[in-house]
Design a protein around this ligand. Structure first.
Ligand code: FMN
Length: 196
């Protein structure tokens, strides 16, 4: 697929079909594409944790618990259970979830903001490669990415960042909502040429 076409066509997709599950080889192919992103000193400070099946259920339970922890203590048990179950169901509708984190390297040349930038480039590669393969993706972050419980779950240091909770699957036909297709702000709002 032409790169420009992929860039302009790719959109966040919220609904995934349950009829078709991405092949593990395809998932590895898009992650491999991610790793061709540039990184300063070729540090390649990125890590991908892929969740599906029972593994995904464990991530869903963690996510539900994180959301439960934020609720007022005096909320009645029935409501808590309902919220917990809703979070589990939400996560389990995604065929695959990939957590992308950025390790802190001991390499003294490593500057963390640069590793974060490179990690974001890797994610965009992944999204575009997935699009080329007919896969739909949604790059989210949210409480799951920020909570220290998730870092403990992944056994990574608390000061490291999880920069993406990437949902991957085949799209449900016709399920890309209009608001996700909105135009970008005009370039004139964002662009400064310096020529003299
Ligand atoms: C770093 C990052 C974090 C995001 N986190 C969320 C999120 O937590 N929840 C959400 O609904 N969308 C999230 N998004 C998705 C964006 O809102 C979405 O990409 C944007 O609206 C543009 O839509 P498009 O991907 O179809 O172009 C995130 C995007 C990025 C780049």
């Amino acid at each position: 697929m032409n790169v420009s076409k992929a860039i302009h066509e790719r959109r966040s997709v919220k609904s995934f079909t349950q009829e078709r599950h991405p092949d593990p080889n395809l998932i590895e192919k898009i992650i491999e594409a991610a790793t061709w992103a540039p990184s300063h000193h070729m540090n390649q400070a990125w890590r991908f944790d892929v969740f599906e099946g029972n593994g995904l259920l464990k991530l869903a339970e963690l996510d539900a618990q994180i959301h439960l922890n934020e609720l007022p203590d005096d909320l009645e048990e029935g409501s808590k259970t309902e919220i917990y179950d809703r979070r589990i169901a939400k996560m389990m509708q995604y065929p695959i979830v990939i957590l992308v984190s950025v390790p802190k390297l001991s390499n003294r040349k490593s500057i963390y903001v640069e590793e974060l930038a490179a990690g974001a480039a890797a994610i965009q590669n992944l999204l575009l490669a997935a699009h080329e393969e007919g896969l739909a993706t949604f790059w989210a972050t949210g409480k799951l990415a920020r909570d220290k419980a998730t870092k403990s779950f992944l056994e990574i240091p608390e000061e490291e960042e999880i920069i993406g909770v990437i949902r991957v699957g085949y799209p449900k036909p016709g399920e890309v909502p209009e608001q996700w297709r909105e135009e970008r702000e005009p370039l004139t709002n964002k662009l400064n040429w310096h020529q003299s």
